[in-house]
Ligand binder design. Sequence first.
Ligand SMILES: [Zn+2]
Length: 710
Amino acid sequence: MSFTSFLVVIACAAAVALLVRAEKVVAQSPVMAPASRSHGITAAQMKDSMSKLEAELGKKYGDGQAIRVRRGLHQVMEFWRPEDGDVSTFENFVRTSFAGDPASLDSMFDRFQRLLEQLDGHMHEISREFRNQQDLDLGPVRPYDEVFGGYDPSAHVLDDFFQNKLAFTVLLNFPLTTLEERINLGAKWTRREWAETRLAQRFSKRIPAEVNLAIARAASESDQYIAGYNIWMHHLVDDKGQRLFPPQMRLLSHWNLRDEIKADYADTQNGLAKQRMIEQVMERIVTQSIPQVVIENPLVDWNPGTNQVTPAAVRDTDTPAPANMKVTNAPEPDTRYAMLLKTCRAARLADPYSPTAPTLIERRFNEDRELPEERVQAMLERVLTSPLVPEVAKLIESRLGRPLEPFDIWYNGFRPGSKYTEEQLDAMVRNRYPTAEAYQKDIPNLLMKLGFRPERAQYLAAHITVDPARGSGHAMGAEMRSEKAHLRTRIEKTGMNYKAFNIAVHEMGHNVEQTLSLNDVDYTLLQGVPNIAFTEALAFVFQGQDLTLLGLAAPDAKTESMKTLHDFWGTYEIGGVALVDMAVWHWMYDRPEATPEELRHATMQIARDIWNRYYAPVFGKRDVVLLAVYSHMIDSFLYLPDYPIGHLIAFQIEQQMKKAGSIGPEFERMATEGRVTPDLWMEHATGKPVGADALLAATEEALRHVGAQP
Ligand SMILES: [Zn+2]
């Protein structure tokens, strides 16, 4: 299963986990062929052999094949290991596996395409079935269900394909490419050439089992560290000893802390004091001046301003004290940065086995995102330095009635109230969809309301199966054309509620994209969309229509403008966070011997520099380190840039939908382009490459609109 296509299979819910998993890659336990173990092949032998074969095959197939022969030999050589066989094995393999005329090459291409679809499709089918007890509302989950759910039947496929030499057959016959080539030449490639490119890419890495294991271990260790990083809020005290937060409130860093800052805008009494206090907590996490003993511990009280720690004066839980608890404010000993360093060191182990993208930074940008880092950097800087930033900031200040403070990067006040109460909407949805079957039956109707022609709506609906989910819902696409996409949705005993409906519409967007981008694409090797941001953007187009689908009035222009300003401010915030993540990874790559303490200093300096450049002029305060508080930075292997890129892409797609007027046909046109580069996809979809223009234009218009009607 190709990594990128796997990524878009189960969208949204587990995007981070999936990306991390993509980095963990698949190959495990390479089984050595005993007969060849002792022989192998030396570099000198390989070189001789290659010149000999080049001449031989050139003579046999003519000059027209010379470039293919040379490239194929080179690609095979790069991945050939001693256990793959000696000189005669190598030479025999090349002689029998090179497709030197168009007809044999066509057969090879067709066969690989067809069989890999079968492999991916059935592997995915097994995974889906194995996960059903965990994913669906089917009663208790037994320990063995969890083992089934965690089992990946495709884990050894890549290893197997190198061992049985199917991977080498591909490498001998189809071109490996760099991102630069895909960008510079891709626009002129035929669709078949694109499909060949994706075929070869599946075998662009051969990572040994022990390296994958080390990466998995580092990922899981850092995951655990992050998952246990809770702050017990009732035990935060201010200078007067007051507790601002309710008993038992336990917030995971950074997600829950940030979301509490957002929620506190609604608290007119203590909101500001709470927000300032959370900001202090976050800063102490970044600077590691946070006392070790206050992490995940309700038995001490902590004043994050003075950093004083005392035994808890109130008790709000039965949680036992951590082992050997000493009530002191001794700081957390740079564990945060030690974890981050470990993930980086583990990721680097894969570098030598990934010749076309030999660093994690390149694998993230050039392979997962397929957007060069410099371009992403430039797009983000364009948003961060936009003259619209101070204008929106001014608007926020006037709405807050005070100057901005650093935590206002998470300002949450552009969300307009709805015309309908949650109860009204719940009643409406419950009535319509008492069961999963009721939603299933209504899919063609919903799709027609979105502008799909009746026969297309029927066709798409026939490819989607609705299952009652255990969690809030997710979309699971198929990996072969004979399988259906699955829409998992939450159904309460009393029927579906509005929140579940809103999510179901989003997931249905994923399912429709998944169906079109598998069944209606000319080559299944091009199945999917360029990266996660695209499938999310398409799903949001559906989700934004949820009220219309209930037969209610669509959001008005003011609501739309508020949403745009909300998204713009969110992009401004996360854009800086992404730049910090990127700079920190470069720093780590440049200094393989760094200590956790040095990494802490560097991270703080990077966060301050980026703050001072893009935020200090707007917030009137320098040297803030908040941008480095995101937990993804520690355990997600350079994932953060996906968020701001996602916002930009979503705006481009949304704007195009508006221009086209009707969603259905436009959605079909976009989703059948397949997995080419993001820029090529976007040019086909909107006439422009990926960029910040659409977001900035929408923001300017929203500002004018909101400014005109205070
Ligand atoms: Zn989603």
